[in-house]
Design a protein around this ligand. Structure first.
Ligand code: NAD
Ligand code: WQD
Length: 342
């Protein structure tokens, strides 16, 4: 069974990917410094897959630790690199934290694997497209100037990976550009664990519905969209996790497109904030307390992905719809209310 290093594997998307890797017959090995996750997630994963994944706690910004890890784990054939700082707002206040964490961790890994055959899957984001000129947005759309240091780390990381894969033939890389990951595992044993007040829509919705927040503010109701609120391509985290397995499998076969490639990972459908709220109300049977408020600075008005390339060349397609996204997020919020983590 191939061993796959999952950096950030106790985090939101990483934990779901560890589960899907196991189901697909891989042995996931997690490295995480727990800066934005909790050790208890390992027990939760064990409840789902029946084994506790191998776990190493250290900071990937520590080049010696990374080099030691790589030396003592020579049989790892692939890396899925989730570990990064990801809060857009915080990145504007603390750009150096983001440039430090997101670049040093990536470069340390690439350096430590110099000369060793390695398949590398990178967590990128639809943020690289900014406000697209054409919708749905394809992978060949221009990358727009980033509006936050976080977004900039994703753009520059893609460039670092492309140049590295072209310069050294031991690396084969796929960057997955995620749209908006939401939802939780069907078991409701793992899901998103936002620190403090959630900045993202779905955890804010579920925390409001359960009574942790008084009301949701819809950021803007006067945009040029059918109902005036912003439109996004929400993607179920379990589908997203499966896209990583598909990427590893494609790299193992050899990607005919070459040593560096990018794929959109979304459903291809856009939902407005008001449609997302309505879908949540239907799936949960809860009325949500919300108001339409002012626009949020820097918000993209509408973005959804063209998933033709992922469907035909990655061999992956989203299977779960907005109902499953909402009902699983709600089940997870209810689980957390009974079994707090962290
Ligand atoms: P997360 O914060 O839940 O998971 C990231 C994990 O990485 C955490 O467990 C954290 O402790 C760990 N980590 C961070 N820096 C580390 C370091 N230096 N060394 C070791 N571990 C470290 O985030 P997530 O939502 O699961 O996102 C995973 C990846 O996907 C990130 O790269 C993120 O930028 C990207 N992404 C996320 C979204 C989203 O909306 N969640 C969208 C697009 C892209
Ligand atoms: C979704 C929609 C908000 C909260 C961010 C990053 C992006 C990517 C995903 C990592 C928007 C609206 C939200 C609220 C609201 N992350 N909203 N009230 O902004 O699409 O993307 O996360 O790569 O890079 O920028 O996601 O969940 O914050 O917002 O009305 O309280 O919900 O305006 O239209 P976003 P989000």
């Amino acid at each position: 069974m191939s061993k796959i290093l999952v950096t950030g594997g106790t985090g939101y998307i990483g934990s779901h990917t560890v589960v899907e890797l196991h189901h697909a017959g891989y042995t996931p090995i997690i490295v995480d410094n727990l800066s934005n996750s909790n050790l208890q997630i390992l027990d939760q994963i064990e409840k789902i897959i029946g084994v506790k994944p191998e776990f190493h706690q250290f900071d990937l910004c520590d080049d010696e630790k990374v080099a030691d890890f790589v030396k003592s784990n020579p049989d790892i054939s692939g890396i899925i690199h989730f570990a990064a700082s990801k809060a857009v707002g915080e990145s504007v206040e603390k750009p150096l934290k983001y440039y430090h964490n997101n670049f040093f961790s990536l470069i340390n890994l690439l350096n430590a694997y110099q000369g060793k055959k390695i398949n590398f899957v990178f967590s990128s984001s639809c943020t690289v497209y900014g406000e697209p000129d054409v919708l749905p947005v394809t992978e060949s759309a221009p990358v727009k100037r980033a509006t936050s240091p976080y977004g900039n780390t994703k753009q520059i990381a893609e460039e670092i990976l492309e140049e590295t894969a072209h310069a050294y033939d031991n690396y084969q890389v796929i960057a997955l550009r995620y749209f908006n990951p939401v939802g939780a595992h069907e078991s409701a044993l793992i899901g998103e664990l936002p620190l403090g007040v959630p900045q993202n829509l779905l955890p804010f919705i579920t925390q409001t519905a359960i009574g942790k927040r008084e009301k949701l503010t819809v950021f803007g109701g006067d945009y040029d969209t059918p109902d005036g609120s912003c439109v996004r391509d929400y993607i179920h985290v379990v589908d997203l996790a499966k896209a990583h397995v598909a990427a590893i499998q494609l790299l193992e076969k050899g990607n005919p497109n070459g040593r560096y490639d990018v794929f959109n990972v979304g459903t291809g459908n856009g939902y407005s904030v008001l449609q997302a709220i309505a879908a949540f109300e239907t799936a949960s049977g809860q009325k949500l307390n919300y108001v339409i408020g002012p626009r949020r600075d820097g918000d993209i008005v509408k973005v959804w992905g063209d998933v033709t390339k992922s469907t035909t060349q990655l061999g992956w397609k989203a299977e779960l719809g907005i109902d499953e996204m909402m009902s699983s997020a709600w089940a997870w919020e209810n689980y957390l209310a009974q079994h707090p983590i962290g």
